[in-house]
Design a protein. Sequence first.
Length: 329
Amino acid sequence: MNRPIKFNLDSLEICKSSKAITDNITFIIPFADSQNHKFIGGSVSFQWYSNFLYFMELMELCSDKRETILCEVLEPSLIMFFMFDGESEFSMLEGDFLNHPVRGAYYATLNNRDVYKATFEPGKNIILYISLRMEWILREELALPNLNKFLSFSLKSGGSVEYMEKLFMSRSLAKELIRIWHVPQLEDNDLESALLPMIKNILKIYDKAQDYRIHLSEMSNEEKIHEIRGYLRAGCLSSKITDIQSLCNRFFMTERTLRRLFYKLEKKTIIDFVTDHRLEHSKVLLIQKILPVKEISKRCGFASSNYFCRLFSKKYNFTPKTFRLRMAL
């Protein structure tokens, strides 16, 4: 397959590029082509491999500040997206929000030709995407019924971007993905024979997991908390995300187990966890958007602007307005 996505790195002001992957890269794919770039305050690396059925690329971006790059989809593409580390946000060029993957999230998406914005939080961000030949998936109606149905419906609807259910990786799925990195450098035919069963198995895991009961039945309660953490982070701007009964129903846990295990693993309550993420997002809006505090409060899921201001002042020792003024200096 041809490369489906072109990353425009002009905004990073690259100062040095090399085909060699440096030692500080988290995952090294021995059989992949690679490119490494350094810029002031960080680095970004790409490792990719392609054959007739799919194109696979691993990207690792490390930066000491928030970074936004443009991603051009070169041809209509069905993509499995995996966020191994970090936190990002995808949007249209006009600013319309598309998705907010956080660490551990994965999902399928169908993208038409267009240019999108990808914004990454400071620190380490690692993403893997696998672009799948659509004719292959359309033939796999029995093996991949949910992916097949999603693709068929999306192609008919003609939307710019379509998504399947966002899930969070279990340890077993993460291990299956990392197995790919450990395939030795073989001859082309042998390499394809070794990789294809792994790719098919990953697709089958995701397809099967669309039945959420099956997806969760393979997890321990501790793994469910990891899933819940990602679910809360991704949906923290919704005012109803902290409804305990809804969480219990969605993740098939008792309220007592949910509260006890979440506090044990996170050292904070569910409400405090979500509030922290809402406040962090409000800082971004205060810096980047010319919005009144009342509107920011509403967008971040707070019941009232007064309540938002009290929480913000308590956490950061500044009111939202004072914080905005100080950041503008």
